[in-house]
Design a protein around this ligand. Sequence first.
Ligand SMILES: [Zn+2]
Ligand SMILES: [Zn+2]
Length: 518
Amino acid sequence: MPLARDVAEEVAKQYGVCIRPVPLKRLDTHTGLWEIIDVPCGATLEVKCLPCAKRNRHLRMAQCREGWHLDEEPTITPDEPNDEQRWLVEFRADVQAQRDQADQDTTDLDELIAGLDEEINAAGMRGNVLGRTVPKRNRSTRRRQDAPELPKRKMTATTLGRTFESADGKTYRPSLFVTLTLPSYGKVNNGVPVNPDTYDYARAARDALHFSKLVDRFVQNLRRVAGYDVQYFAAVEPQKRLAPHLHMAIRGTLPRAEIKQIAAATYHQVWWPATDRVVFDGDHLPVWEDGTGYLDPGTGEVLPTWDQALDQLDTDETAEPLHVIRFGVQVDVQGVLAGTPDADQCIRYLSKYLTKSLGDSLDPDDQAQRDHAARLAEALRFEPCSPNCPNWLRYGVQPKGAKPGMAPGQCRSKAHKPDHLGYAGRRVLVSRKWSNKTLAEHKQDRRTWVLEALGQTDQPTDPHRYVWKPVPAGDANVPPLAVRLLRSVHERQRWRAHMAQLQAQADAQDLSATGEAA
Ligand SMILES: [Zn+2]
Ligand SMILES: [Zn+2]
């Protein structure tokens, strides 16, 4: 009944209830009962619905506000794992088991595992559940990137910026709002290349793919120059010309000229095998042989593995990095004072696009812009997005973790999808000691607040009480989506009514207290 479902979705949206909930089976080991629990999509792998995107945006704004002008050093002590973290890890273990047993295409499971690993880190757990499974490559020293020529202050063990006293003894805590942009790829008019034939799409594509690495380098350099453990909250957003750019709230302040100097000196080299020669194309593609890997279909020769290709690169004295990425000359630096309208506006600005995907900024009626997006997508089609990208086969190299069924142009990573414009990284980048809390902890704050308001305490649960399992697609025990949505709406209504009642009681008490005082 599609109609009922549409109505249920509309109602759910009005109540801010997730419309793409993920059903999970939960075993309560105390009662021995299995139950199906709807987890909001925003709490799992990827935000897929507007209500969750909006809720996450509000959490992000709170997180940004709390961290920006901290006046006390954050204390980072690992907390007891919470429910969310626990089920993520258990879920991860389960998917790993499925992956290990699978004898078919594991692309979906691999994607899910990669997403879960990211999510596990985002939920405030550090490191990888499996630990490092492969020893880290030791690159030849020649390849190591030099720190650029920049002033360097002595490092002090603080994350707080300087404060200033005014003549009347007031303390000011200034901070920065920085916007970093990628270079020009050719003249644009209203976001569209004036001459698409000379616009450097290849460079635009590679810059987008490696943008997050450049941001990492910028932060490293920033800390070195600043001489303290600079903290930041940043959002990656699309520009009209469809290149990613970055808004960054920085705790503490530095001279504007130094920020510009750091941006100008920052670069990142991508030491990957060369892609200037297409070796396999069209119907002429490498073939898979079990136990061996990918072979040249003509000669039967085994293609170099990813590690062999990197070793080869290391021994080649004349090798150049595949790509070098730098920022453009446009760097905007704004000084901001704690608690001013300016600060609030920056926070709104930072979270402005968080409910949208990068590609959402496309105007569907603007043909010129759509053509521009299509040309960028084409440039990304055969560009390797990661060591695991099947596109490496096109250039005669076996992707890292090669497996049967790979073909160039068929990578399923987000980076190649039109929605992502080459950038597959996180939209919000927050340093570890920003607000003292992870997003999961900010969520936890809200939960605690609600429970307190309801007159219940947030009982610490037995860590081994619940066992979580994914629900197989088409499981007959999962009610239709419309039913589940309406159930969630009902819960939300009940909760709101209860809150209204508590508020009314509190108001009445205030009133009588005022009366007594009078
Ligand atoms: Zn949702
Ligand atoms: Zn790829």
